[in-house]
Design a binder for this molecule. Structure first.
Ligand SMILES: O=P(O)(O)OC[C@H]1O[C@](O)(COP(=O)(O)O)[C@@H](O)[C@@H]1O
Ligand SMILES: [Mg+2]
Length: 365
């Protein structure tokens, strides 16, 4: 019997502004997921939040895209939204684009990362949750984990990793996808995933087809057709025995790479790896945050988690992230701090441009 890990996340209201999901919302989600566990829809769960996003981490035996599991998550978010409205929380129900659930949660606003696998005798699984950034933020760290020998020593010295991995990449603009082998097609892969706003890594497998990583790739603004906050993705990564070791899975975050999102979803900034307690994007609504939770999955139960960035070894990355934030913030409304124009189409800027449109005249030759 296979086990499925489903991470379904949404921003349904926060305090103050877009900062922190209120504990009452998490309590409500807990209530709904406890009922689902009693009805055997799910086997176990853990709820966390990163900034204003609530992440429901669930295990079950129903496979990916399961209607009952997705409905449970949607119900939890809908019921918690009622509380968010009562408390007049900011952005109550923000990510729920529809009042009625049909089939599965895809395209309805929340982000989904899921994977089904046959449990190994011991199965470490790491879940990452972000705020104030987009799915392409995972391109660089996932590439490093599964394809960069300077990050993952196992690619060189462990025969069970030496063959490399397969990467599935989505073109979120054209709604197409491609699978590329690494290391054979590494340069092709990099040619795509360096464009983080368009090409996003969705899944990684071992060459034998065993699932290694899954990332939520929903682009909320593309779904809603207007600016409704950033997508704030989540990812699931399996570790050890044939996959990168726990430490190789967290190592990419010792470098606070630049991601897009931050203030108004319109700025580039350094991602900051933090503990659950510090997952509060405050300065200029950021800098963008990531938390990492390490579990053992045992007979579909979640053992743990370990709060992986609650480690002084990541202090330097946090400090560097603050220094880079200081530097790039001084650009104010200028690129490359502000996103390039193509990306600004999905923010609130077009509203301002519209007003200026009639005032543009032809230039003299
Ligand atoms: O004041 P408004 O209209 O809610 O919009 C601005 C907000 O949108 C955000 O980009 C939303 O961030 P989230 O994607 O985390 O919800 C904040 O940075 C900013 O405060
Ligand atoms: Mg958010």
């Amino acid at each position: 019997m296979k086990t499925t890990v489903s991470v379904i996340k949404a921003d349904i209201g926060s305090v103050s502004g877009h900062c922190v999901a209120h504990p009452a919302l998490i309590d409500k989600c807990e209530e709904v997921l406890t009922d689902a566990m009693e009805s055997s829809i799910i086997e176990d769960f853990y709820i966390t939040r990163c900034g204003d996003d609530i992440d429901l981490i669930m295990t079950h035996k129903n496979g990916e895209l399961n209607e009952e599991v997705h409905r449970t998550a949607y119900d939890a978010f809908m019921k918690a939204t009622e509380i968010a409205r009562e408390l007049k929380l900011y952005g109550a129900g923000q990510d729920l684009l529809s009042d009625t659930f049909s089939g599965n949660i895809k395209g309805m606003g929340p982000g989904v990362a899921e994977m089904e696998f046959k449990e190994r005798p011991s199965d470490p699984v790491i879940v990452y949750c972000c705020d104030k950034t987009e799915p392409g933020a995972f391109n660089l760290p996932i590439f490093k984990m599964f394809a960069d020998p300077f990050n993952t020593a196992g690619l060189v010295i462990d025969p069970s990793l030496h063959d490399g991995f397969k990467f599935e990449v989505y073109d979120v603009m054209e709604h197409t996808k491609v699978i590329l082998d690494c290391p054979e097609e590494m340069y092709d892969l990099l040619a795509l995933i360096g464009s983080t706003g368009r090409y996003v890594i969705k899944r990684v497998w071992k060459k034998n087809g065993e699932i290694a990583a899954a990332i939520s790739t929903e682009r909320l603004n593309l779904m809603a057709g207007e600016y409704v906050g950033k997508d704030d993705p989540a990812a699931i990564v399996r570790a050890q025995s044939g996959f990168p070791a726990n430490g190789e899975v967290v190592e990419p975050f010792s470098f606070p790479h630049m991601v897009s999102g931050w203030m108004r979803g319109s700025h580039n900034g350094p991602i900051m790896p933090v503990s659950q307690e510090n997952a509060n994007p405050i300065r200029f609504d950021g800098p963008p945050r990531i938390i990492g939770l390490g579990f053992q999955v045992a007979d579909a139960q979640l053992i743990g988690p370990v709060d992986l960035f609650d480690d002084p070894a990541f202090d330097e990355a946090r400090k560097q992230s603050s220094q880079v934030a200081n530097y790039i913030r001084r650009h104010g409304p200028f690129e490359p701090h502000r996103l390039p124009s193509e990306e600004m189409e999905y923010t609130s800027l077009p509203g301002v441009m519209k007003k200026l449109e009639p005032r543009f005249t032809k230039m003299d030759e």
